[in-house]
Design a protein around this ligand. Structure first.
Ligand SMILES: [Zn+2]
Length: 216
């Protein structure tokens, strides 16, 4: 589900992503403004407990129960026969052995079959809150307001100045880890090999000239 949402946003902003940062942010702000407004209007029109999508899924699951049968075990435990593997429903634990109810938060055909057996025709209380209109309305109740022109923005004096990143070109591939703790018995890594060589040459030169001066 997360991957689908990310792909949807990527497809939607394929051109906007080429814009500078301020127009890009304005693109997403305007998008949020339109979405919230549209969904707030839709939410106000619906009087059902479930969202349109959830209601369709539940009614589809109900249609599938045609011809199924049920065997009661206790007042909360039922076995539903569906021409395949069947389902054992526990109303107290809110589980079904088909795992659909726990996995999706929506009632499977087995659970709906049990409620129908108990002469209950309203299944709106069974799905989790995420599928309910109350949640839908509260999600979009806050309006997203337009921003004034950048020249009219009130920028706090204590605001930190963000400097641009250093754009040094890096070599391809993963950088070498130079902070590794040496293994047991391993020679420590010599840092600045060139420095050590230069230092060694300088020492040799100093020695050479001091010996030559002594001879002179
Ligand atoms: Zn089930």
């Amino acid at each position: 589900m997360t991957s689908n949402s990310a792909e949807f946003m990527n497809a939607l902003s394929v051109d906007a992503r080429k814009m500078p940062i301020i127009p890009l942010l304005e693109f997403f702000r305007r998008l949020s403004q339109e979405w919230c407004y549209k969904r707030r209007i839709e939410g106000g029109k619906r009087s059902t407990v479930l969202t349109e999508w959830a209601e369709k899924v539940v009614s589809k699951n109900e249609e599938r129960t045609t011809g199924w049968s049920i065997s009661g075990v206790s007042d909360a435990f039922y076995e539903v026969h569906d021409f395949k593997h069947g389902g054992i429903v526990d109303l107290r634990q809110e589980t079904c052995t088909c795992k659909y109810w726990e996995g999706t938060g929506l009632p499977c055909g087995h659970v709906i079959m049990v409620l129908k057996h108990l002469n209950k025709t309203n299944f709106g209380h069974l799905p989790i809150d995420a599928y309910k209109m109350e949640t839908y309305r509260s999600t979009y109740e806050e309006p997203v307001y337009p921003l004034p022109e950048p020249c009219d923005w009130e920028i706090p004096a204590e605001m930190m100045v963000v400097k641009p990143p250093i754009m040094d070109t890096c070599q391809a591939g993963r950088p070498r880890n130079r902070n590794r703790i040496p293994s047991q018995g391993e020679e420590p890594i010599i840092r600045g090999v060139v420095d050590v060589i230069v230092q060694h040459i300088m020492q040799r030169l100093v020695l050479h000239w001091s010996q030559r001066n002594k001879k002179g």
